[in-house]
Design a protein around this ligand. Structure first.
Ligand code: UT7
Length: 315
């Protein structure tokens, strides 16, 4: 397939490092030097659903596609306002599509998982046009009193319309042991109408372990997909790396021997938006005129599971 349209949507409310330092034992200096994050967006008047629908509509506009021509809607999401139905069912109805829809929880790798599933369905002749929507609000899962996680995440949504083409040159998905390095259990008192506040069973992350997993798997995944696509790291015009920590992105740059200019970032403004991170970044780079037809793009992400994925795509 190829990406024919892209869109993104972010909540209005900005929470800066300084604001967090007022309620937590942390500082702008610690957050900036350890992660690269300066601020993030959090839900206030919006819902995850609103971001998903907004990003989906923008991607459809960008592609010039009538929603009735969609054959499949896939939403990548970890948590939203509804336990059931799937977020994709609500998005499908709100945009006016008439096709099957499904959600997947691929954590931060959701965009690459969704593109790979779209590509597989396309290859067996089941679909032509697929809408992938990644919409996340990881701040719903953490405790605002927990400085180890509260400073890292932000909400956002990114969507892409995939249409027939042969632009996905290689994809790799992996899973490794270590599910208990990053998890959150259901809060059984969960009330869907009260989801805007933090749950009282917060996210648990063993940051250093996830950091080690991320750096090693990303470099390896990228080397494998480059080899599968029969190209080298130098051939890639732009690397889209999951925006979880600027130090991880810098490490990958160094290990691949590639210049910083090839690694756009927005982590400083949005923090880690889980699966939405890659399509939001792609949308921003495209809008800034940073993509030319024929450019070779590399995507790489990692997250809870522990899962990872990489993809090479011709723009
Ligand atoms: O998208 C999902 C994938 N997630 C990731 O990729 C995250 C990967 N991990 C990371 O990005 C980093 O491990 C973190 C940013 C989470 C943490 O950075 P770190 O350099 O690994 O710090 P650390 O966990 O080793 O903690 C160093 C110190 C500790 O204090 P002591 O034990 O040295 O006294 C922490 O308690 O920093 C302390 N600390 C903080 N201090 C100020 C932890 N969080 C904070 C904070 N503000 N927010």
């Amino acid at each position: 397939m190829k990406i024919s349209g892209i869109g993104s949507s972010l909540p209005k409310k900005v929470v800066t490092n300084e604001m967090l330092a007022e309620i937590l034992d942390t500082s702008d200096e610690w957050i900036t030097t350890r992660t690269g994050i300066k601020e993030r967006r959090v839900l206030s008047t919006e819902y995850v659903l609103d971001l998903a629908v907004d990003a989906a509509k923008k991607a459809l506009d960008d592609a010039g596609m009538d929603p009735k021509d969609l054959d499949f809607v896939i939403c990548a999401n970890v948590v939203n306002e509804y336990v059931t139905p799937a977020l994709s069912c609500i998005v499908k109805e709100k945009i006016g599509a008439k096709c099957p829809c499904v959600d997947l929880n691929g954590a931060c790798v959701g965009f690459i998982y969704a593109c790979d599933i779209a590509e597989a369905y396309y290859k067996i002749g089941r679909v032509k046009n697929v809408l992938v929507v990644c919409a996340e609000a990881p701040a719903h899962m953490l405790g605002w009193h927990d400085r180890t996680c509260a400073v890292l995440f932000g909400a956002g949504s990114g969507a892409a319309v995939l249409t027939p083409g042969d632009n996905i040159l290689a994809t790799r998905l992996t899973s490794s042991d270590g599910w208990d390095r990053l998890y959150e259990m259901h809060n059984l008192q969960w009330c869907p109408y009260d989801l805007k506040g933090p749950t009282n069973l917060p996210l648990v992350m063993h940051g250093q372990d996830v950091f080690k997993f991320a750096t090693s798997t990303c470099v390896n995944d990228l080397k494998v997909v480059l080899q599968d696509a029969k190209i080298t790291a130098d051939d890639i015009n732009t690397y889209f790396i999951h925006q979880a920590n600027l130090r991880i992105i810098k490490y990958i740059e160094q290990m691949l021997g590639q210049p910083t200019e090839k690694f756009p970032t927005n982590i400083e403004r949005y923090g880690n938006t889980s699966s939405a991170s890659l399509p939001i970044l792609l949308d921003e780079v495209k809008k800034a005129g940073g993509l030319k037809e024929g450019d070779l793009l590399a995507f790489s992400a990692f997250g809870a599971g522990l899962v990872s994925g990489a993809m090479i795509m011709k723009w």
